[in-house]
Each structure stands twice: as C-alpha cells, then as structure tokens.
Design a protein around this ligand. Structure first.
Ligand SMILES: [Zn+2]
Length: 857
C-alpha cells in the first residue's frame, strides 16, 4: 500500500510539467480545476494520447472519480462475453445527484403519453455520452476520460452550469472486448520514436481486428437485434432512462477529417423516424459543433454521407425513443501518428476533436433542454394518435410448430418494450402504443425509396428474420398482455418409454438437443419421411427430420437412455415424445430404412486474413452459444498442416481464400470426395464455383469493360462509342452504389422434402441477401433446394436490374456432388447477425444432416 503511494507520488512529480501542456491542449478553457481530483495523466502515469488506455484502467479511473467526488456515481450495467465490465458514470451537480430518483421520475413523466407535465425547463436534461462502439476507433474512449475529469473537477462557471441543468451519463467503452484487442495491438507495436509510415505494423492491425466484439459482431448494428450482452445491458438502461440526447463516436479513414450530423437525408420515402428529428433537431445542434470545431481550426463536413435509415445503429435507435442521437466520425490515426495527404495526424489530435464535439453536445443540449423535452413528449404522445400509412391497427402472428423460435421473437418484442397480447394461439401487437414506431420497425416492409444508396441494410422487419407468419389487421382483438417469455414454450415432461423416443425437428432448439444426446453416447436417427404414431401424448404427426432414439439400439440401459433424453429436454425445452410401439398409423414405421442414423458432426471452419470475420463470427456464435457444440477455427496459415480427416464437416464463409493454391485446393477436394460435407456461404460459394471446385455456375454481372468488349465483337468501329450512354461524372458513385445490395429480404421457395428443408412446414421462406452472389440453378433437378419465387421482393432496396436479371432466375441454395461427398452452396447468409432465427435451421440442417445428403442422378 505504502509503496504504491510512493510510486504514484513519484509519477506525479515526474509528469507534472508535461501534464500542464497536455491539459492546455485539451481543456485550458475549462479551468480552474479542483486539485484534489487526479487528472487522467496523474492516475494513469502517462499523458492522454501518449498510448492507448486499457479498458480496466478506464473503469478504474471512473470508479476513482465516483469514489472521491460528490458529483459522480458509477454503475455496472452489464458484462461482455470476455467478462469485462460495462459501466456508466453519472455526473451532475451534488444537489442533482442526491435527488437522482426524483429527477428520473420527473423526467419519465415526459415519455408517458398519459401524462402532460409542462415544466419543460425545470427538469435537468438527460444526456448519454456513448464512446467507442467500434473497438479500433479508440480516440473517443480517451476523450471520455477527459470528459469525466472535466465534469468532475472543473469549477468553471460553464461546467458548473452544465452540471446544474443536466444529468450526464458517460459510457466510456461500449465495446470493451474489441477495444482491448486493438489497444493491445497498437501499444505492442508502438516505437519510442513514433513511426508514421502507414504500412508499419502499428497501423495495420491483423485479422479479426478490434472493430467487433468477442464473436466478431458489429455492436453498432446490434441495438435492434439485441443478440449480445453489450446491447442487452444498454437497451435495459435506455428503457430505464430515455435520454434526450445520445452520442455515438466513431473513427473513419485516416485521410478524412471530422463528421457531425446532419447525415445524408433519410433514405426511405416514409421513414419511421419523425422528419423533425432530422430537419429541426439536427439544424439546431449543427452550429454548436461547427462553432466549437472552428475555434480549434479542425476541418469537418456534414450531409454528404452516412444515413440513419437502419434503426439498429447507436445513432438511430435512441431517435426511436424520442431522443436525439448524434453520430460523430473522426479521421483515425489508427496507432499513435500516421501520415496523411495533409501531413501527420496524431492520436491526441483525434482525441481533442472528439472531446470538443462532446462539450459542444452538452452545451447544445443544455441550452435547448426545454425544446428537447417538449419534442420527446410530443414524440410519445403522437405514438397514440399516429395513423399507420398501411391502414393497419396492428399485427397478428401465430407459430404452432416451433415454440422456441416464437419465444425468441416475443423476447425481442419485450426487449423493446413493445406491448404484446395473446388470445388463444394468436399473438397481437397493436400499433396504438407508446412504442408505435418500434412496432412499425418490427413488422412493416418497404418497396419505395427516395434514395438508392444505403450505408448498410435497407430491410429490418424482424418478423421476417424470425420467419413469423404475420399479417396486418384493421382492428385488433387484444386478449391478455404478455409480460414475460416464461410459459410460452409448453412441452409435456417426457415419461419413461419402453420402445423409443421421438423429438420433433421443427423446434429451433432441437439441433442443440441432438448434439447433446449424441455427445452423451446415444444413437440418433432422423426421419427422411413423415409419419403419424401413437405417443405418450396421443397421436402425433411427425414432420421430416424428426429424431428417433430407439431404446433397444443403445449401448445403455433404458433408464440411462431416459435420463439423457430427459436432460436434453430440460436443457433445451424441446418437444419429446415416448412410444411403446414402432408401428405407425400413417407413413413410415420406426424400423424403416427412411430413418438414417446420424453421425456426430465434427466441424471446422477456415478463418483469417481475407475471410469475412462477420460471417465466421456468426457461425461460431451460433454453434457456441445456441447449439453448445465446439467448432474448430483453423487459421488459414495452419490449413496446410491441418489434418482435415479429424472433421466430417467444413465451413467456408465469404472470403478470397487467396492462400489456397492449387495443391491446397486439391486437398480440400480430396477430403470432400471421401464423403464429407463442405458448407459454403455467399462469397465462399462464389469462390467454389470460380475455382471450378464444383460443376455449378454463377449468373454473372458484366463489368463495364466486359460489356464494351462484347459490343466491340458485335459491332465494329465508331458504333462502340455511340452505344455507351454518357453520364455525369459526379453521379458515378450514386449509380454504382445503386447496384449494390446493402441488405434486403427476398422470398424463396424451399423444397421441404429435401434434408436441407427439414423442419419447415411452409415452402415459402424469407431470406436475407447482402451480396451479389447469384447462383445459377443446378442442372440436376433435385439439387436446387431453394430458389427465389416469381415475385421475391419482401423488404429493402433492390435495383430493377438486380431484381429482374439476377435474383429472379437464381437459386438460393444448391447441393453439388463431389465424389462421395457434397458441397452445400448458400448464396445468402442464413446466420446473418445472429438474428436470422428463420434461416438458421437451413445451415444447421447442412451441418447435422449433411452426411446423409446425396445428389440423385
Ligand atoms: Zn465506427
């Protein structure tokens, strides 16, 4: 203890002189400061910007501030996958801090449409400062430290006024796992003599890089999907506080400058977001950022890029809760200093811009607090009076066969505080409720847009993600309110049977139960044809894929078998039935050859440079957290020495697979031909075809040059130029952007008699497409498992050309034979962002039933 004290004193003396200049650079206009509060420099032992600060030190500093100051308190709102703390520091005047609960309940009256308080200016404005959602965009967390210090230690009249008129919540690191991955990288490659050369290792972070969280998910897409603990904790906090202003700090290309809102105008014709949010509030706030950045001479831009169309960004979700969410983007020094076209960009420079925008936000929020409050009140009041353009008054859905998928969807609705009612088997979600706009978000689909270039997804109707069969209704019949997901899944507890157990494959959790039972040593078969049989629960119609556990074929006693089946049911809440006879009333009997014994899946996936960390992360997350099975992640540089025979299934997601030379490709082919299953997704499928690993083909887009060459062949001489329509140069990026598929939902027709379609009751299924991989249907009549329907568009932007020439004629899933094995080629990503519960089963079918799939000739 004593030694530590000495150590800190020494550091304090050592850095004192330097820290004056550091402070001057960031916050000289916020003086005087309370000397009893340690500056970040004093606490950390280095100047802000000198190196990157680890998340645990950020937490330690904020905890220290909360300990010693009567202006601050700290709470832990969650834990990341890697068990890092997610913290929120509350800073306000000592008076406000004492009355926080009263302030909260006064504030919440404004978000309750049933109440009409008018004291807009009296209640402190609620500001939530969020930093560093993308781990390798590190400047903002450092700015968070400076912000916390300034708010806690400054005695300037300006800061004292802010504290009196607002309650400020600082979330210093939204994505601590990703941040620390990046922090470790840049600190370990930092030289004492700083190296600004852009190609230096310090500036070229290795795969999977720090942007994403533990499972390589982009948390700045997860606000709507709520797949991860980081977002779940944040959403809970959001719905406890409904802040008036929320910030979301990012970094962009090193050669850029600084960006603040307004963004590009909203892309959809009839946006869910009120237009006033974009038009009035942004116009109100923008001059504050401009003035603050003008003062320090930093270059910036607005309006030209980014769009807040997708509701799952940190800079759009709070907008749907009556707040104003603000996106900031700062040119990245990615590392401590880097060369740019304008000279060097330093880490402290990037931190100062984020710090400057932070204080401009606080100033704007405080000076307009009455306006912001009134806006939020109006936002929630209008949710009860707003008429939906669709003319519907609500939505109804039902799901008979897959209770765990239905439960997951309802959990999603409840997370967003959407009111759900149940009558009989029908669930109803009325539009007339405070979360009116979230209901629209979940169910409404779009096909008309005012813009054609999207920063990301242009479709997010979650009901389609979950393959919920739903419909809009003109009048709602409510029934009883559903306030918890407990009791949604109802399965009879399995009793001991004498002949066999059967598990319905329709349920989302059944693959997890299968893996569990196989791991415990049970032999499990799958039904390749449907049947109807008497069970412990009476006569049941079993669908394709239903699992059979015949008791006499096990190497265990009937009691042991019962115990394992019971555990599987308790763990995964799946529908299990016992039977004392193998004789079916309809369809195949239990001794039929149409039951195939399933081999236990041993799966590996290729990862590393050139491969999509998002898609790989989605596979890893699905198998690890929902199926509870191991997946070996083989880095590309270990592929050559890897013994592939240790696996019977290999996954290749989108990637360029540049490291796989012809010898290594032959290794892959030989392994598959032995009878194994290769599953490829999107770009992975394209690669398989392009490298002629399978005898399939792509519906290819012609590049401009290819088009020209074709024209040359067909025509000669001067005619060539005349055939190409001239277009204005300035519109090029707009035109090219229109032909991307940023993310849209299409309907496919699925062969539900094919093992890849097992567990589905309807052949119509929504899929998510965010790529330009167009598979030509197979020449084999049995091998095109899913094909887009005649009129496939469900939701999201798609150009006419893409829809007519590329989507409509294409296949979504094909199976291609390779020796005794097979390649399952997905054009679309069945595991997108961990939220596509509706199509996960396609992937899991490939994984668990793959070995039994043949391509009939
Ligand atoms: Zn970012």
């Amino acid at each position: 203890m004593k030694e530590t004290k000495y150590y800190f004193t020494l550091i304090f003396i050592f850095i004192f002189v330097n820290s004056i200049t550091a402070q001057d650079y960031f916050y000289k206009d916020k003086a005087p400061f309370n000397a009893a509060i340690p500056t970040p420099e004093e606490f950390l032992g280095y100047e802000i910007g000198e190196q990157h600060t680890r998340h645990d030190l950020i937490v330690a500093y904020l905890t220290k501030l909360a300990e010693i100051s009567d202006r601050a308190s700290i709470e832990v709102y969650g834990k990341t996958h890697e068990k890092r703390k997610l913290v929120m520091l509350t800073v306000t005047s000592p008076e406000n801090l004492k009355n926080l609960e009263t302030i909260k309940s006064n504030h919440l009256q404004f978000v309750n449409p049933a109440q009409t308080p008018k004291n807009y200016n009296e209640v402190p404005v609620i500001i939530q400062l969020g930093y560093n959602v993308h781990g390798n965009e590190p400047s903002s967390s450092e700015a968070a430290l400076l912000t916390a210090y300034t708010l806690v230690a400054s005695n300037s009249l300006e800061v004292l006024a802010y504290l009196e008129k607002s309650v400020i919540f600082i979330d210093p690191t939204i994505n601590p796992d990703g941040r620390d991955r990046h922090t470790q990288w840049v600190n370990q490659y930092q030289s004492k003599t700083l190296v600004s050369d852009t190609i230096d290792a310090e500036h070229t972070e290795a795969w999977p890089r720090g942007r994403t969280n533990h499972y390589w998910f982009d948390l700045n897409r997860d606000w709507l999907l709520a797949v991860h603990p980081e977002s779940q904790g944040k959403l809970k906090w959001m719905h406890a506080w409904y802040p008036n202003v929320v910030t979301d700090f990012h970094e962009m290309g090193t050669n850029s400058h600084h960006f603040f809102e307004p963004m590009k105008p909203i892309g959809s014709l009839d946006p869910i977001m009120p237009k006033e949010n974009y038009e009035d509030l942004n116009t109100l706030f923008a001059p504050y950022f401009a003035n603050a950045l003008d003062k320090i001479g930093s270059l910036y831009y607005t309006k030209e890029s980014f769009d807040g169309t997708y509701p799952g960004y940190g800079s759009s979700y709070p907008d749907l809760q009556g707040g104003l969410a603000l996106l900031f983007e700062q040119a990245s020094s990615r590392g401590h200093v880097q060369d740019t076209d304008y000279g060097k960009i330093t880490f402290p420079f990037t931190i100062r811009n984020q710090f400057t925008s932070t204080f401009a936000t606080i100033k704007a929020a405080v000076e307009n607090k009455g306006y912001l409050r009134k806006y939020q009140q109006e936002f929630f009041k209008s949710s009860l009076t707003k008429k939906a353009t669709s003319g519907f008054s609500g939505y109804e859905f039902q799901e008979k066969y897959d209770q765990n998928r239905k439960k997951a969807f309802i959990a999603q609705l409840l997370t967003h505080k959407i009111k759900v009612y149940k009558k009989g088997d029908t669930y109803t979600v009325p539009l007339k409720q405070p979360q009116h706009r979230m209901v629209q978000t979940m169910f409404e689909t779009y096909n008309k847009y005012s813009d054609s270039v999207f920063y990301d997804a242009s479709a997010w109707s979650l009901a389609n993600f979950y393959n919920m069969k739903y419909k809009g209704v003109k009048s709602v019949k409510l029934g009883t309110e559903v306030t918890t997901t407990k009791g949604i899944v109802q399965n009879n507890k399995i009793t001991k049977a004498s002949y066999a157990y059967i598990v319905n494959w329709d349920d989302y959790n059944t693959p997890a139960a299968l893996y569990y039972m196989q791991s415990k040593g049970l032999k499990v078969a799958a039904a390749f044809k449907p049947f109807t049989i008497g069970t412990s629960n009476g006569k049941i119609n079993f669908n394709y894929g239903s699992l059979l556990i015949p008791i006499s074929k096990q190497k265990k006693t009937s009691s042991e078998v019962y115990q394992i089946v019971l555990e599987a049911q308790e763990k995964f809440n799946v529908p299990v039935f016992g039977t004392n006879s193998g004789y079916s009333m309809k369809g195949i009997d239990l001794g039929s050859n149409n039951f195939r014994v399933l081999k236990k899946t041993k799966v590996a996936m290729l990862i590393g440079e050139g491969i999509s960390s998002y898609e790989a992360g989605e596979v890893w997350h699905l198998l690890d957290t929902r199926i509870h099975m191991p997946i070996t992640k083989i880095r590309m540089n270990n592929y050559g020495s890897a013994d592939l025979d240790a696996y019977n299934t290999l996954v290749m997601v989108s990637g360029n697979y540049g490291q796989l030379d012809s010898l290594k490709r032959q290794k892959l082919k030989n392994w598959t031909a032995k009878g194994n299953t290769l599953i490829t997704i999107a770009g992975g499928s394209k690669w398989m075809i392009a490298k002629k690993m399978v005898k399939e083909s792509l519906i290819k887009k012609e590049t401009a040059t290819e088009k020209e060459n074709k024209n040359k062949k067909e025509d000669t001489g001067t005619k060539v130029a005349a055939l190409t329509k001239r277009l204005p140069y300035v519109e090029a990026s707009e035109h090219i952007g229109r032909e991307r598929i940023g993310g849209a939902i299409f309907e496919v027709e699925l062969d539900i008699t094919h093992p890849l379609g097992f567990g589905y009751r309807s052949s119509k299924l929504p899929v998510y497409k965010n790529n330009l991989v167009f598979l030509a249907p197979s020449k084999n009549p049995y091998a095109t498992v899913a094909k887009y329907t005649e009129n496939p568009h469900i939701d999201g932007f798609i150009s006419k050309d893409n829809l007519e020439k590329f989507i409509k004629p294409a296949a979504s899933i094909i199976v291609s034979a390779l020796g005794k094995g097979r390649v399952v080629l997905f054009a679309d990503n069945p595991n997108f962002r961990g939220a596509w519960y509706g199509t996960n089963k396609l992937f899991l079918n490939a994984l668990f039933l793959g070995a039994e799939i043949s391509v009939p000739k």
